[in-house]
Design a protein around this ligand. Structure first.
Ligand code: GLY
Length: 362
């Protein structure tokens, strides 16, 4: 008889784990009242661990790079399985609009290259040749040739389709307590709801608002790759889609509030225009907000917390990026081994996570 696992949470992390577990022969139930509707639905879809790096954040670079390396195969399997095209860009370009930003880009490039990864500094002219629609004030660029982006909503669709094909059973309800579940193993992948299932997990919600722009006849073409930058200290990104551009994202610590504010939309539009002045030609198709499950050190929490429970949560701004390594690391934990590149995300680095007794129900 196959072993059973209940996965709690149907975002990109829970879906990826459920898919992989079913494919490895586990009998899988996935619990979520509304699969794929949370932060993974709101996301931009960037996969950018190198250009988001910073000296001193070696552990984040290691985990992120290990996941980036897994993305081509992970994405290809889903594309073939679901018959969709997930990738909307195969590289990313971070641009500097002032001297301080230009210095920051040089610092990132030097550090990432010293860690054995590839990032290239581009001059103002080279940036204009690559992406002529960007603002004339751009001073410098940082090109990451392997940092792709995916359509996050197609990704959720593909994961769901491939999971069903692999035998995952969906249970469309919220789990209030892990004691309700009688599977051999449980995976908590419930994003910001995870601490209510496993008290003490250091995960807090960080709100992000995001815009979806649609192309219209005759508009200036969208960039060919993900564009990132900083305007008045606020990070902003433009991620290409088959039908337009996704513009993200604000960042607020405001509890579980998911309302979209006028100020958030105003800032996103202004910051996007600072990168690409013609962005105003596009249709404002959708505004939405999601809650990133953040941890104190911005690394996820992946690890075994009891003989029946594994957690895979706290992915913050990196849920899409970190899905492949999280699925591999969680499968290794379920099978009694470990993935070395995910060690920096070990949940045990936060000792205060309490360990409620949920021995197997008979
Ligand atoms: N993944 C990008 C963001 O959270 O804004």
């Amino acid at each position: 008889m196959s072993r059973s696992v209940s996965v709690v949470g149907g975002g990109v992390i829970g879906l990826s784990i459920a898919w992989r577990a079913a494919r490895s022969g586990w009998s899988v139930r996935l619990y979520d009242p509304s699969i794929g509707s949370g932060a993974s639905w709101a996301a931009g879809g960037m996969i950018s661990p190198l250009s988001e790096g910073w000296p001193g954040e070696e552990r984040a670079l290691e985990v992120g790079s290990a996941s980036l390396d897994r993305w081509p195969e992970f994405g290809k399997e889903l594309e073939v399985g679901a018959g969709v095209e997930l990738f909307t860009s195969d590289s990313s370009l971070t641009v500097a609009l002032d001297g301080a930003d230009a210095q920051d880009l040089r610092t990132i490039a030097e550090w990432v290259v010293a860690q054995g990864r590839d990032l290239q500094i581009l001059s103002r002219t080279e940036v204009r040749e690559l992406e002529p629609m960007l603002a004339r004030g751009v001073r410098l660029g940082l090109l990451a040739v392997h940092e792709m982006a995916v359509d996050n909503r197609l990704l959720l669709h593909a994961l769901r389709q491939c999971s069903v094909a692999a035998g995952v059973e969906y249970i469309p309800r919220a789990v209030q307590s892990l004691e309700e579940l009688d599977a051999d193993q449980i995976v908590v992948a419930a994003g910001t709801a995870s601490p209510s299932l496993w008290p003490g997990l250091p995960v807090r919600p960080v709100k992000g608002e995001i815009l979806r722009l649609r192309s219209r006849p005759g508009v200036t073409p969208a960039p060919g790759r993900t564009i990132r930058g900083s305007v008045h200290g606020r990070p902003v990104y433009l991620v290409p889609r088959a039908d337009g551009i996704v513009v993200g994202a604000t960042q607020y610590e405001s509890g579980n509030d998911t309302q979209v504010t006028l100020a958030g939309v105003r800032d996103l539009i202004a910051d996007a225009e600072a990168l690409m002045p013609a962005v105003g030609e596009y249709e404002l198709h959708e505004v939405s907000a999601g809650l990133r499950p953040m941890t104190p050190d911005n690394l996820p929490l992946i690890g075994r917390v009891s003989d029946r429970v594994v957690v895979a949560t706290g992915h913050g701004r990196g849920g899409i990026l970190l899905a492949p390594i999280t699925a591999d690391a969680t499968m290794a934990l379920l099978e009694g081994s470990a993935v070395v590149e995910a060690e920096a995300a070990d949940v045990r680095r936060f000792e205060k996570a309490s360990m409620p007794d949920i021995s197997r129900k008979s």
